[in-house]
Design a protein around this ligand. Structure first.
Ligand SMILES: *[C@@H]1O[C@H](CO)[C@@H](O)[C@H](O)[C@H]1NC(C)=O
Ligand SMILES: *[C@@H]1O[C@H](CO)[C@@H](O)[C@H](O)[C@H]1NC(C)=O
Ligand SMILES: *[C@@H]1O[C@H](CO)[C@@H](O)[C@H](O)[C@H]1NC(C)=O
Ligand SMILES: *[C@@H]1O[C@H](CO)[C@@H](O)[C@H](O)[C@H]1NC(C)=O
Ligand SMILES: *[C@@H]1O[C@H](CO)[C@@H](O)[C@H](O)[C@H]1NC(C)=O
Ligand SMILES: *[C@@H]1O[C@H](CO)[C@@H](O)[C@H](O)[C@H]1NC(C)=O
Ligand SMILES: *[C@@H]1O[C@H](CO)[C@@H](O)[C@H](O)[C@H]1NC(C)=O
Length: 363
């Protein structure tokens, strides 16, 4: 349903008008994601990444739930490699400041390309590291999909990079907690090193967008279910992933943030969902709630207002209680739940989620 056209759910911006170029296909010209260790191709990637894959021994065994986390990490990193490869190609092929990927100022252009050329190789190593770990535990590596990216300008591409990096930064928090719960402490430090690394990247993206580098004192938490849903709803070409069925996580219905360019003030914002699986009945929706997750705070539950069914789309509003000190800066996740809570964690919200996530990015 959602995949033929590009995403409408990111950052409260409607992307439906964009018709993407051909979906991004793997493998890369260096053979990625099929890279042996050791090999000349791996050495070249490591040089471009300014460093190596970890060379220590992994733990002897890990839990099935930790394997699910590694599969999601590989799935996400493969997507990131596709995105940054295509972004570099778009910038490289754009010659001047008047083109949508042209960066007129040559010193800024060099700074951006130097950064992204390191990032793409670093993401390749993140993906290889997760897939090599799965292979070590006798599990299949996750294979790449085909992807569409709902952007066609440099600044929209960097905004998107900043938002999906925020999603990763939230999700890896949960992954670490689950590693600890499942007794897989040996995996925690490597993931911590990637959290810091992705935070460095996001400081650069935010700076490029004219924002302060660090968004919040405590970054917004996510769950694996929300990250997996978002990747599939927004970027993955439906049916193009060879072994996505091995990733034991749900894909929720899509929640579109209809209001665009959301400003930092308390307001109502509009959302929509495709209601066909609920028979298009607004009665169904009166028992649902809109839940926001922002920073490390308890989820905020709001009532659905002005629920309207137009054809097979349900439109509704909900209060967005922005407050500079306490709610709404940085990444906010919005989801529709079939319970009004109260919820004590993002995981509890995910357990009641029917549609989502919508991603709202302010400041
Ligand atoms: C690259 O440019 C094409 C054509 O404008 C666009 O469809 C695609 O989404 C862009 N990709 C990225 C990652 O910016
Ligand atoms: C764009 O530039 C890249 C190098 O970054 C090159 O590999 C690619 O073939 C070019 N793509 C097009 C469509 O010209
Ligand atoms: C290029 O842009 C940077 C960052 O905005 C600025 O500091 C620098 O002076 C610019 N250089 C030129 C030659 O315009
Ligand atoms: C809603 O979902 C149905 C069933 O998947 C699909 O046929 C329809 O095109 C979707 N409508 C919209 C507006 O996306
Ligand atoms: C609903 O569908 C009808 C028939 O396809 C169309 O004429 C109408 O504009 C649609 N209404 C909305 C609000 O999208
Ligand atoms: C979510 O549901 C699962 C399965 O029922 C349960 O194990 C888990 O504790 C729940 N998580 C939270 C945070 O309630
Ligand atoms: C609420 O949604 C959750 C997650 O999709 C689902 O597991 C649960 O069965 C639903 N409960 C009701 C009462 O619909």
């Amino acid at each position: 349903m959602f995949f033929a056209v590009a995403s409408a759910s990111l950052v409260g911006v409607s992307y439906l008008l964009f018709v993407s170029a051909a979906p991004f296909p793997f493998p890369l010209s260096n053979g990625f994601p099929t890279i042996s260790n050791p090999s000349a191709q791996l050495t070249t990637i490591e040089q471009q990444a300014h460093g190596s894959l970890p060379n220590g021994s992994p733990p002897p065994t890990i839990s099935d739930n930790s394997k699910t986390s590694l599969r999601l990490i590989a799935f996400n990193e493969l997507f990131e490699v596709a995105f940054f490869t295509e972004l570099i190609s778009n910038i490289t092929n754009s010659t001047g400041g008047t083109q949508s990927y042209g960066i007129g100022n040559q010193s800024t252009r060099k700074t951006v390309l130097d950064a992204l050329n390191a990032v793409v190789a670093q993401e390749e190593l993140h993906a290889l590291n997760a897939n090599n770990a799965l292979a070590n535990f006798n599990s299949n590596p996750i294979q790449p999909c085909k992807y569409n990216f709902p952007v066609d300008t440099f600044s929209d591409a960097i905004k998107l990079a900043s938002t999906f990096t925020d999603v990763v930064l939230g999700t890896l928090q949960e992954v670490q907690t689950l590693f600890a719960i499942d007794g897989d402490a040996g995996l925690i430090s490597g993931v911590s090193s990637v959290i810091g690394q992705e935070g460095e990247q996001n400081g650069f993206y935010r700076n490029t967008l004219g924002k302060i580098p660090s968004a919040l004192p405590f970054l917004t938490t996510m769950t694996r279910e929300f990250a997996f849903s978002s990747l599939n709803q927004d970027f993955v070409v439906l049916g193009s992933c060879p072994n996505i069925n091995e990733i034991d996580l749900p894909i929720f219905g899509t929640l579109t943030v209809v209001t665009s360019d959301i400003q930092p003030r308390s307001q109502n914002i509009e959302f929509s969902v495709n209601a066909s699986k609920y028979g298009g009945s607004d009665a169904q929706f009166s028992r649902f709630s809109l839940v926001y997750i922002n920073q490390q705070n308890n989820p905020v539950v709001e009532k659905l207002q002005d629920v309207r069914v137009q054809n097979n789309t349900v439109l509704f509003e909900a209060s967005f209680p922005f407050d500079e000190a306490t709610f709404g800066n940085g990444l906010t996740i919005a989801v529709v739940t079939n319970s009004s809570g109260p919820f004590s964690s993002a995981g509890a919200v995910a357990n009641a989620t029917v549609f989502g996530p919508g991603l709202i990015q302010i400041n």
